[in-house]
Design a protein around this ligand. Structure first.
Ligand SMILES: NC(=O)c1ccc[n+]([C@@H]2O[C@H](COP(=O)([O-])OP(=O)(O)OC[C@H]3O[C@@H](n4cnc5c(N)ncnc54)[C@H](O)[C@@H]3O)[C@@H](O)[C@H]2O)c1
Length: 450
């Protein structure tokens, strides 16, 4: 689990080398030097090295020239093209080389691999413990599958025991990079072991931002979740704006109001991976908005992708169940969310219908959906629209457990949270909600996307 840490303000400075003096590397060099760390910058481009040594920024970035000038003047920063000099004269190397896209969209990590070989060569000649921190943006798996083996092969040493390895993704934005360095939204350190994590966090002493220690893989993935989210926010706002303009509505006033909602809109709500959304509002309203856009000739590819993506999540749950190769299934919780008996557009009901269609033998239970208690519109809905489902509904959890080889938890009703402990010895549990207590089911437990 990610751990939030507070770093003592007076942590000792660390001699560090920074590989790659582009946007991220030169800002990091200036900023870490200004915080008291001794920095050696490394870049194969002599022009960048010369500029840094003259105290000049190799990029245009507000505030950076002054930082570099002061850091060079007080002897805390120098640059070189010689990677061996840099490794020999630092305790920690931070890698900030570019990881551009190839034509097919894949990530080009050639420079990163080359730098790992160079660092490995430096480590081979060095006895002291050294930490390598990857700041470049890399896809999950790159640290373990490429960086660690490359460093180990080139150095003849072992990550973890002989040298430290971590990633520490960069969240700065060009144009406000120096300010973002000083006031980052967060600092994330994914470390191979505690020793490494503790050294890396010393770099951030005195920076007033959440510092989160986590695994290497989570550290890698967080950066992509962040950037995909930022990109999604931009195109979402643009598509809403495009529809608004076509209807003569001020898009900025709409989004100003939207942004004032920090409970449902700009908040962790709806940002937990899990099952599909449903209910009587979201599907209907997304459908109506995208239909309206169509009639206005406004293209909204992202909004149009919402319902198909949601349908894929039902398909995914179905695949999880099918993969177990059993026939008798119990579903616990099938209203679209806990705390309601509303079954309209419940994706759990959609899943049940798909299972019925495939010949599964089902029993269903939901604490809020009991035929004897149902009244009004929902009773009519069940009897008229999904009568085949009412026949499978039972009144007690035990009836589901007595029947099923596999139990699906469909919604997050707290009365079902102990379910892992109520299963029989050979029953499989497919969890669509991430129940807080999974018991000791080991490989009999399967979460939809965790
Ligand atoms: N630019 C940003 O705003 C930003 C923000 C967050 C993360 N990132 C990520 O940080 C990484 C670096 O991005 P950037 O924009 O600073 O790249 P950049 O292209 O500006 O700089 C990369 C530098 O690495 C140098 N380099 C190449 N091979 C080297 C080697 N063997 N040894 C030392 N230096 C070498 C290059 O000469 C260049 O100066 C990328 O993975 C990027 O995705 C960038």
């Amino acid at each position: 689990m990610a751990e939030r840490i507070s770093v003592p303000l007076d942590a000792a400075p660390i001699p560090l080398s920074i590989f790659g003096l582009g946007y991220v590397g030169s800002v990091s060099a200036g900023c870490f030097a200004s915080r008291g760390h001794g920095v050696v910058g490394v870049d194969p481009q002599q022009i960048k090295v010369d500029l840094i040594n003259e105290g000049k920024a190799p990029i245009v970035e507000e505030g950076l020239d002054g930082l570099l000038r002061d850091a060079v003047a007080c002897g805390r920063l120098r640059a070189t093209t010689d990677h061996l000099d840099a490794i020999a004269n630092s305790d920690l190397s931070m890698v900030c080389v570019g990881t551009p896209s190839r034509e097919n969209g894949s990530l080009n990590i050639d420079n990163l691999v080359q730098v790992c070989r160079q660092i490995g060569e430096g480590l081979r000649r060095k006895d002291a413990y050294h930490v390598i921190v990857i700041r470049s943006t890399i896809l999950p798996g790159t640290m373990r599958e490429v960086i660690q083996p490359t460093l180990e092969e080139a150095s003849g040493k072992r990550a973890g025991g002989d040298f430290g390895l971590a990633n520490n993704p960069e969240f700065l934005r060009e144009g406000t990079a120096v300010r973002d360095f000083r006031e980052p939204p967060k600092t994330v350190i994914g470390a191979i072991d505690d020793r490494t994590g503790e050294i890396v966090q010393r770099l951030y002493a005195g920076i007033d931002a959440p510092l989160i220690r986590t695994s290497i893989e989570v550290g890698e993935m967080v950066k992509y979740a962040d950037n995909a989210w930022h990109a999604l926010k931009v195109v979402f706002a643009n598509e809403v704006g495009n529809i608004a303009k076509a209807m003569g509505i001020d898009s900025h006033e709409v989004m100003d109001i939207f942004c004032q909602d920090t409970k449902l809109n700009l908040s962790p709500t709806y940002l937990r991976p899990g099952f599909a959304f449903g209910g009587s509002c979201l599907p209907k309203d997304v459908r109506a908005l995208t239909y309206k856009a169509r009639t206005l000739d406004v293209e909204v590819p992202v909004l149009n992708a919402i319902l198909p993506s949601n349908a894929r999540q039902v398909e995914r749950a179905l695949q999880r169940i099918q993969s177990k190769g059993i026939r008798r299934v119990g579903v616990l919780g099938f209203s679209f969310k806990a705390g309601t008996d509303d079954l309209r557009e419940s994706p759990q009901v959609e899943l049940i219908e798909r299972l019925i269609g495939k010949g599964y033998d089902l029993r269903l239970y939901d604490p809020n959906v009991r035929m004897a208690k149902l009244m009004g519109a929902n009773r009519q809905y069940i009897l008229k629209v999904i009568p085949h489902i009412s026949e499978l509904m039972v009144d007690r959890v035990e009836e589901v457990l007595d029947h099923a080889e596999l139990v699906v938890l469909g919604n997050n009703d707290a009365r079902l949270h102990d379910i892992a402990h109520r299963l029989k010895a050979d029953q499989i549990f497919v969890d669509l909600v991430r129940v807080p207590d999974r018991g000791n089911l080991a490989d009999r437990y399967d979460g939809i996307n965790w």
